[in-house]
Write a new protein. Sequence first.
Length: 601
Amino acid sequence: MTRIVRIGGAGGFLGDSSVAAPQLLRGGGLDYMILDYLAEATMSVLGQIKAQRPGEGFARDFTEWVWKDNLREFKAQGVKVVTNAGGLNPQACRARMEELAAEAGLSFRIAVIEGDDLTDRLAELSASGLQEMYSDAAFPGPAAVFSANAYLGGRPIADALAAGADMVITGRVVDSALALGPLMHEFGWSDDDHDRLSAGSLAGHAIECGAQATGGLFTDWEQVPDWAHIGYPVIECHSDGSFVVTKPAGTGGLVSPAAVAEQILYEVGDPQGYALPDVVCDFTEVRVEAVGEHRVRVSGARGYPPSGQYKVCITHGDGWRFIGAMPVVGRDAAAKARRQGEAVLERVGEMLRDRNLPPLRDSRIEVLGAESTYGAHARPGAQAAREVVCRVGAEHEDERALRLLTREFQAPTTSMSVGTTGWFGGAPSISPVARVFSILLPREQFPASISLDGQTLTSVAGPPHRAFDPSDVVRPLAPESPQPVGEMVERPLIDLAWARSGDKGDAFNVGVIARRPEYLPWIRAALTPEAVQAWFAHEFEGATAPKVLRYDLPGMNAINLHCIQALGGGQFASLRLDALAKGKAQQLLDMPVPVPAALAP
């Protein structure tokens, strides 16, 4: 019989539900469970925590909820865990795991993978004159750095498992490596087996965000039953790289080709140049097909040699930001809320000038409930909302300046708009502006160390035999633009497609999958890069070199749209409500698409 490796995805971010791990364990039959906790924003937070408390800096969500509550079941079933919960302190994470296991009278062979943390090389990197790979910004001052980590791949994880580890705790690795490492180990995939490494990476990508693969964030949300008990994903992986996405029996959620396809395109830029430490992936001919109830088979991934470089992300402070929210109710609530926000910013601007402090570096007012995030596409009727929240964001180099704003933000409760109800969820917050500085460095500079049972092994990924050459990529032939046939009508994109969006630093992508293959030419004709950039014109505000790149994925009857410099800095460097681009696909799905009346749904 064909051997199958079953991997469950129990966590997609720091803060994911604690029900996932016990649910997957109750489902039974897992070989591995992976949990992904790290994002650039998370790394900056962990860095700030570790600076204050050196014994911290790892994901306590894992040790105190997942591990503590389920370690007996892990032991009984023999399920191996691979997680990046180690964050910036994987040794401390292991120590806490061992402490909890000892209290339960159990022991595990827990491997720790290190080598990604570059905080002891900041002076060297700073002196090298490196520039940020996307913006050409200068290297940040070492004193401002919160974290500095290379993205390791799946090979060290595979080596740790080969050495006999029951559990593998990593620092920063690419998210998909949490699944690729076990598959490399179980199936003996070599470093030159690029198609299978790409397929294994896609398997990891499919479940790295937990229930996003099983109906979470799905366009057709009303078709997804029982959110309260949504099933978390399980992949059944084969040695040829193909896999089936499913979920535990009796759970909520939905596993369908469209839901899985949405997740495949989530946070992807160039689908033929998806660069990872072990391989450059090509997803253009990937196919998703239903093979049973809540069972979707994924196949067709191809791979190219890796670039021979690791991406290094450095998070650093760049001043301070203020976020405050004040509700306003009653007639003309939106107009009153905006005027009130503008008045507070004007007042604080004058106070800064009187104190010889620089003006606010940036500010933003968004009236929630009046469709502020839709820009010119906001419905006129939204301005008639009688309950809104005025969300005000501001940045300044000096925290003292924002303390003035915090103080003055309370004043309108009794001195400005009628219907102002006071604080919304507590007092406004001030936090560091956390920016990401990304560079590429030769991967041989980052040997990974594996510590297990008191011994240390080294896993070195040297230069590939042949590095990735972009000229090897053959783009799919662009289909001919369709010609109008008979009567033409306009339909909103949502009638013709599913879509999902996600952030990529200061950019976002929207993957658009045609509901029927015959819709794709019309979708593509309407969603040109120029048309999409015009549709999202408000998102490119302040961009120095905005653009939209479009890629074809004929295997899934899909296109991918990559919007560059469209998030106001992204994540903790952005004042925007939707800094993670969770709603961009929803906004694009309102775009009208001309189609023949005979074809219109």
